[in-house]
Design a binder for this molecule. Structure first.
Ligand code: SF4
Ligand code: SF4
Length: 326
């Protein structure tokens, strides 16, 4: 059966393909030559012309600008408000590259990022076993370069006709400006993918920031919850949940410390593995509604505790955590 992380990989891969093909198939792009957007095979123009009657101008503004923008922004904000940064963890083409390079860097150096202080154990209690070898630096460097170049070319196709860009690229006849754009963007992305990656997601991405703000505003939103009543079980553990987190967060913490959580559930699954042969129940679980208050509110004058039943210990005995079985 397909696991949750395999499902996530499928979603991210499909979205990465869409990210590359959207301009090629005229699903979405801006055409600098024509000076307008193209959306779903149609020119997306506002139709604002002073000679038109006021009612027509208002209608055009409403249907061609306010409504589509409102739907996308409003829909996105609602999803983030209820479920957090799902876009980041399950779709974002940048985060896909972040996770890929993280895993290669770990094979090369035992760390997910050059800024990490501690080297992660080669064998973890969640069953992860990764032998390090300096040879993996070659694959890491190649991957960084390859994806930076792909990203740079794709970004350009969002601005200029993709047919022209790809044909110029394959016949080695890029214009001077196209060549400069691709070179500079590749250089910047190589720097970003090597040095920043998840730090960009945490501190530099506006899309991520707005998702986080919407999520923080809802104390019932889905969040990683920690069963503090059984915290003593962590004493014997090597913090597998923290090692699993691609954003380098501490999943046993409060919601405000996990401001940039991408709902990838890798921490939950790591704990599930650790506990498989012990208590049988993960100490981490995705919680929402009233169950999420313990993580959302603790420390702000409100004194919640995980309400009975949220971790289903009473009902499930040694059964596996219901959310992570999916
Ligand atoms: S805290 Fe857990 S769910 Fe959130 S980003 Fe880290 S591993 Fe993913
Ligand atoms: S929450 Fe689970 S994975 Fe994390 S330290 Fe405790 S036992 Fe280990």
């Amino acid at each position: 059966m397909i696991t949750l992380q395999q499902k996530r990989l499928l979603w991210r891969s499909a979205f990465f393909v869409l990210f590359i093909l959207a301009p090629v198939l005229d699903i979405f792009r801006f055409d600098l030559n024509e000076n307008h957007f193209i959306l779903l095979w149609q020119p997306w123009v506002l139709g604002i012309d002073a000679s038109k009657p006021a009612l027509e101008l208002f209608w055009n503004m409403l249907t061609r600008f306010l409504l589509p923008i409102g739907l996308v922004v409003g829909g996105g904000m609602f999803i983030s408000w209820k479920w957090g940064r799902l876009y980041c963890g399950w779709l974002c083409p940048h985060f896909s590259v972040v996770e890929m390079i993280n895993s290669l860097m770990r094979r090369a150096s035992g760390k997910l990022s050059i800024w990490d202080k501690e080297t992660l154990p080669e064998k973890q209690q969640d069953g992860t076993e990764i032998k390090t070898s300096k040879l993996w630096w070659i694959a890491t460097a190649f991957t960084v370069l390859f994806f930076s170049f792909v990203w740079a070319v794709v970004l350009l196709t969002y601005l200029l006709p993709p047919k022209e860009i790809y044909s110029n690229l394959f016949t080695a006849s890029l214009t001077r400006n196209q060549f400069i754009f691709i070179s500079v963007a590749t250089f910047l992305l190589v720097t970003e993918f090597t040095l920043a990656r998840h730090l960009f997601c945490r501190f530099g991405c506006a899309i991520g920031l707005f998702q986080s703000l919407a999520w923080m505003a809802n104390k019932n939103a889905m969040v990683v919850g920690f069963d503090r009543k059984r915290a003593k079980l962590c004493v014997a553990c090597d913090k597998s949940c923290e090692h699993a987190c691609p954003m380098r967060l501490k999943p046993r913490s409060l919601k405000r410390n996990m401001f940039t959580c991408t709902q990838c559930m890798q921490c939950v699954q790591a704990c599930e593995k650790v506990q498989e042969n012990d208590s049988g129940l993960s100490l981490l679980k995705m919680l929402d509604d009233h169950c999420a208050h313990d993580v959302s509110d603790r420390g702000f004058g409100y004194k919640p505790d995980v309400p009975a039943g949220c971790f289903n210990i009473e009902n499930q005995g040694r059964k596996r955590c219901e959310h992570t079985k999916r």
